[in-house]
Design a protein around this ligand. Structure first.
Ligand code: ZN
Length: 310
């Protein structure tokens, strides 16, 4: 599977219709390596093949690598729980053939490391574990580091540096493309800055996916034991459920954050209770929805909070 970014020099800039048609055309015409002007495009092997375990990391790789990379993302559906992901044979083949493999790490997607090891080519690959290599986290920390609004900018710089080591003659391009990407994050940093609370605002969460963002917004999570049980896929204790129910009924929380991608009957009951008691429910997902950029995805989630805090 080969994806071209819109900065691909072999796709002429033009109308959106042309671009859409052009993307399909160029992809279909890969084998011939000809673009529509008849010039020879670089063979697929001349681009760096990158596999990202999660689509949000793949998106950044496309932006930073531009026309010098081809990116495949494996986890792309917000309808399946990524914690339960079982790699397909295609995923295993993609990782086997990739020069660069990017995954989250610290226990979120250990299957990626297993596939790298199983390929027998681990030492030939550049491997980036974003949570540990970029953000300095370790196993046991909250895994969902892409919800930290600092992560993608740091990861873009780190990736530019790594790609520059692989193809030194394009190091400057990668650095410039990382710079452009970081500028595109401005709407997200603006939203975070405008929603950041001056004093901690109590909220509850269905599980820990949103926690780094909550921290950035100065939200105080009141149901830490409950969310940890959800993360560990164990049943929360009846006391923890009862406390959360009381907090909802007594409106001690400003809103309830529900990860709709990893839900349970217990959570659904709490969502219903919140709705009955006019406690707003903010819906978030673990995986970037199709057709939305990382920035759109994050800012749309933050817009729900903005509505509630108005
Ligand atoms: Zn999760």
């Amino acid at each position: 599977m080969k994806k071209f970014s819109l900065t691909n020099p072999f796709i002429k800039k033009g109308s959106a219709a042309f671009l859409l048609g052009g993307l399909a055309l160029v992809s279909a015409a890969c084998g011939s390596n000809k673009d529509d002007a008849g010039e020879t495009a670089p063979a697929a092997s001349s681009t760096i093949s990158i596999v990202a375990a999660e689509n949000f990391y793949g998106e950044v790789a496309e932006k930073v690598g531009g026309s010098y990379v081809s990116v495949t993302s494996l986890l792309t559906s917000p309808d399946a729980d990524p914690h339960d992901y079982e790699p397909t044979p295609d995923a295993s083949k993609a990782i086997d053939q990739a020069s660069v493999v990017i995954f989250n790490g610290i226990g979120y997607d250990e299957w990626a490391q297993k596939l790298i090891d199983a390929s027998g080519k681990a030492s030939d690959k550049t491997v980036i574990r974003v949570a540990s290599d970029v953000m300095g986290h370790q196993e046991g920390d909250n895994e969902h580091v892409w919800y930290n609004p600092q992560t993608m900018g740091k990861y873009a710089d780190y990736l530019a540096d790594q790609l520059g080591k692989l193809v030194p003659e394009h190091k400057k391009d990668f650095m410039e493309q990382a710079q452009d990407y970081k500028q595109s994050l401005a709407p997200l940093s603006d939203a975070v800055a405008s929603l950041k609370q001056t004093s901690p605002l109590p909220v509850a969460v269905s599980e820990p996916v949103f926690d780094y963002m909550a921290q950035a917004l100065n939200l105080q999570i009141t149901d830490e034991k409950f969310e940890m049980a959800a993360e560990e896929e164990t049943d929360p204790s009846p006391q923890d459920v009862a406390k959360l129910q009381e907090d909802i009924k007594g409106k001690k929380i400003k809103f309830f954050v529900n990860n709709i991608q990893a839900s349970s009957q217990t959570v659904q009951n709490l969502v219903n209770l919140a709705k009955e008691n006019d406690v707003p429910v903010i819906e978030v997902t673990e995986t970037q929805p199709a057709g939305k950029s990382y920035v759109e995805w994050m800012t749309e989630q933050l817009n729900q909070i903005e509505e509630v805090l108005k």
